[in-house]
Design a protein around this ligand. Sequence first.
Ligand code: PEP
Ligand code: MG
Length: 906
Amino acid sequence: MTEKRVYTFGNGKAEGKADMRNLLGGKGANLAEMNLIGVPVPPGFTITTDVCNEYFEKGKEKVVDLLTAEVKKSVEHVEKLMNCKFGDPTNPLLVSVRSGARASMPGMMDTILNLGLNDTVVEGLAKKTGNERFAYDSYRRFVQMYGDVVLGLKPVNKEDIDPFEAIIQKVKAERGVKLDNEMTVDDLKKLVTLFKQAIKEQTGKDFPTDPMEQLWGAICAVFTSWMNERAILYRKMEGIPQEWGTAVTVQAMVFGNMGDTSATGVCFSRDAGNGENIFNGEYLVNAQGEDVVAGIRTPQQITLEGSKRWAKQQGVSEEKRAAKYPSMEETMPEIFAQLNEIQDKLEKHYHDMQDMEFTVQDGKLWFLQTRNGKRTGTAMVKIAMDLLAEGEIDEKTALKRCEPGKLDELLHPVFDKEALAEARVLTRGLPASPGAACGQIVFFADDAAKWREDGRNVVMVRIETSPEDLAGMSAAEGILTARGGMTSHAAVVARGMGKCCVSGAGAIMIDYKKKTVEIDGVVLHEGDYLSINGSTGEVYYGEVKTKPAEVTGDFAKLMALCEKYSKLVVRTNADTPRDAEIARSFGAVGIGLCRTEHMFFENEKIKAMREMILADTVEGRETALDKLLPYQKQDFYGILKCMDGTPVNIRLLDPPLHEFVPHDLEGQEIMAKEMGVSVKFIKQRVNSLSEHNPMLGLRGCRLGNTFPEITAMQTKAILGAAVQLKKEGFNPMPEIMIPLVGIVNELDAQEAIIRKTAAKLFKKEGVEVDFKVGTMIEIPRAALTADLIANKAEYFSFGTNDLTQMTFGYSRDDIASFLPSYLEKKILDVDPFQVLDQDGVGQLIKIAVEKGRNTRKNLKCGICGEHGGEPHSVKFCHRVGLNYVSCSPFRVPIARLAAAQAAVEE
Ligand code: PEP
Ligand code: MG
């Protein structure tokens, strides 16, 4: 690690720059960069992310020791540039202390503003600014934040309101006023005293008066907040490693609460919700930063156009809007012009949509932060395609800008137009994060998580959200809040998560104690259904029907780009024509796995299937198979027709047989009657089929080799359907796949049955259809002897579900009994059934591909385990030279993007 622990910036100079984000965090690196490109930024310094790791290794005292000299020097640097002094009662410097990780984690860690105030300094600040109200407002905010973050005064129960907020409400009630700005200077002074008293009473701690002691408390609290519960949860969800740590930035305060010529705000260079190229944002006059994001006051729009749109959504008349909620473009036109110019400059500098924070202090504009803005999946795609069209980025960059996993949001259902036309609109809020959500109402984050676990869809309804609500937001289908604007915590976090969110629906009245919400005269209780549209801000009564999404517009453009660059193609795992159709509409170019055992579950079919399984003679089985043949043929006909002209890889039966037979007495009696045998016989057969570990029993080709007539029937059904389609003028391309092969002899025996059956069928029908016979590589022995297997197999498909099971020796059925503990103890980094284990299972794949292609040069290789739709695994498949991946229909676009990225990352 470097010895330098602190990097300063200010007045157009900086020790850091944009590409030092690993060391300085995103915020620190960008503050440095903004200085270098001439954006007005208050001076300050950043303590590195390495120090965060030292803090957790060596402890607080040691780290304070190590930092003291550098921090002191850096404070002097800021004092010099600001021409004032930290702790000086006549000319005081105040600072903010903020976290800043390498990857942005909005609202997850702590921030402290106005640090450096005490009973004497506040007087000095009042004199210096001639604004006693501002000085005491800043002081009460400081005591409130510091008391919460550093000294730990928090609500005791989830239904309780914040203890500081409770004191504010009490003081307001005693004075008979409603708004913050109706409080007098004496009220603010009283708040400071009451806050300090409450802190002392409940935490036993005295509020520190020495500014340097305050500063160390705040720096350490920010480091500590790296390990708070919500930050840990957020990192887990976003895959951010703990070792990255957070930096701490200490910066001279500029004040947005110095009166009507001051303001604070947040803005985006494009729309983070839908991606439109429209500068937008929110501001509040005479306020500090947290007022905008906390959702306590509803902020106003920066642009006139945005303001007018907001008023329309909220049902506010133009007259009222102009008088009560004017835009910054109207109230501070010169500042607005500067802001607009700088936002454009920053976007062009970073070639990406920027999310910026600013403060106006007494008519002067300062930037406090810029970062690449979090955005929804829709916005991600639109912005990448627009920046490409504008010539700001090239095609490869556009592909890399899109996160494959985030495409999932674009595949979610949207409200059905007809259902929407009938739906009753209860109210409107702000369209904070797009999408359609429908679910049962819950009011608390822990309930949302619990209900979700029980398999229920929920909509979380809150007055406003705070970072504590993260787990609930993640569990909910959507979030509805009564307060807060487009940049409130709820909105920013929901967009980051790709959750549908309607914020600032002012007309809803929530009672947490009764667990009710009243909207437009309707009282809804916990558990009642509600639907919300995050794209329009509309809130609907009850359940509104949804329909599947489509690949059109920018999404289609992105997919075309994927096709241009990828080498891997993407097929789908589908067992029904419906799934196949969805996958085709998402761009799948064939079926990589059609599991036939799923076709037997419907009524008549299950009966014949059971009869086949329970029969104990070849004749008995053949009678049952004759009943199954037409059903199977019909199923294959549907799928081959739907996938006309593309390969369809159909796997022969691979059933855990015991799952198909009746285990209850009633079912066994019915079965006995249908088959004309005794219940005792059925019982015996069911018992003989029971397996201790069903995942390794009479499965795959072991079944077809034990009962060859099953393989013959399935071959007849597949090729019979193909012949019929060919006669009808279609171009079926069936592939017959033999599962769970471990020894080439198993494949040999199955292939012989298939070829013999095919020859007989083609002769009888007078038509031949091209087809291939391949195998799954899902047993380690098959991978290791792939050269022999390739003598017979015309293609390989890696069944990485079973291959993982057998390589690790973890049963697919009972991994849940130890996986959580393994993940927690970091014995495993990830679930190997979700993300391919490249070192172990991946090595087997590599070996098999190499050996297989030694025997058969152009052997086609694919993957059809669950990993085929997981971006990291797809990239691995590209690197080892597979020809295709196959995944469930809704993951097809994700796999297509990952495949293209793998190609451009080469
Ligand atoms: C596999 O094992 O990876 C596979 C695709 O087959 P199944 O999941 O049906 O065992
Ligand atoms: Mg398998």
